[in-house]
Design a protein around this ligand. Sequence first.
Ligand SMILES: [Zn+2]
Length: 349
Amino acid sequence: MSKHAGISRFTYNWGLATWNALYNEGYKPNHLMLKKFFNNEVKPVIPWLKEKGICQKITEFAFENLGKAFQRFFDKKASYPRFKKKGRHNSFTINSGGKPMAVGGTSLKLPTIGRVSTYEGLPHTTTKSFTLSQKAGDWYISFSYEIESEITEKQHDYVGVDLGIKTLATLSTGVVFVNPKALKQAQSKLNRLQRQLQHKVKGSNRRNRQKLRIAKAHQRVTNIRLDATHKATSFICKNHAVVAIEDLNSSGMMHNHKLAAAVGDANFYEFSRQIEYKATRYGSKVVLVDRWYPSTQLCSNCGFKQPMKLSDRVYSCQECGYTTDRDLNAARNLKKYARMASPCLDVEG
Ligand SMILES: [Zn+2]
C-alpha cells in the first residue's frame, strides 16, 4: 500500500510540475492531456511505475485528483494546488475497471492488493472505488455508496447554531454542545510529547519514534473533536427543519473577530461541511447567514444593537434589560435571520 501511495504521489507531483512548466511557457494545460502524455512517454521509461502487483488505475486517479484540485482553485474554493509530501500525503485511489466491488463486515478484497481486515465493521454494500490513506502509521479506507433516504420527523422548525471555541456549538433552543473532556486530556498529552521531542537527538531512532507518538496523539485529538462534531451535526439536522449557521465561506473571514481568534481551527469548516451534507441526508434546509450580520451585537429580545467585547460572556441589553448568555443570544439572532430569509414555515417552534 505504501508503494501504491508512492506512485500516486509521484504521478500527482509530476503532473503538477509539468502543469506549472507548461503554463509558464504560455500553454493552457489540463489533466487529460497530461495523463495522455504521461501514459505514452513517461510510464514506459520508468520501470518501477509498472512493477508487478501495482494497480495501474492509481495513476489515472492521481490525474483526476489533480484536475479536481485545479478546478477548486479556478472556482476560488481552494488555494493553488501544492506538491504532496512523503509521510504527509500517503494516499491513493483504486477501482476495478468500473465494476462494482463488494464491501461488508471486517474483511474486504481490494483489487491487485488482495484481502485486508478492517478494525470496524463496514456496511454490506457495493462501491466503485476505494481510497486508502495513511495517517499516523494507520491505514484508513474510504468509499462512497448509495443509501436510502433517511428523512426524519422534525421536533423544531427553525434553529440558530452559534459555533464557538470553548463550547462546540450553542443552539437557539438552549441546547449546548460542549467539547468532550477527553479532548483536553488528549491535547495536554500532545503538548507533553511535543516538549519531550526537543530533548531527542536529530535523526535518532528515539526522535523518530517520538514523532510517530506525536502523530498518533495528534490524530487522537482530531478524532475526538470529529466524533463530537458528528454527534452535534447529526442531532441538529435530524431534529430541525431549517438550520441557520454563519457563512464561513465568504472571503475575508479573518475580519470576523471570533474567527480570527480561532485561526487555523479547521473545525469550523468541518462543522458547516457536515451540516450541509447531513441536511440533505435528513431532509432539512440550511440558511447561511451573512458574516456581516451582527449576531453577537443585537438583542435577540428587542433588536437593539450595542457593541460587545470578546470578553463579554453575557449579553445584557441596555434598552430592554434582557440578559442572557452571549452565545445563546447570538444563536437566537441567527434563528431570527433564518425566519426572515426563509419564511417557508409558518409553525411556531
Ligand atoms: Zn433588548
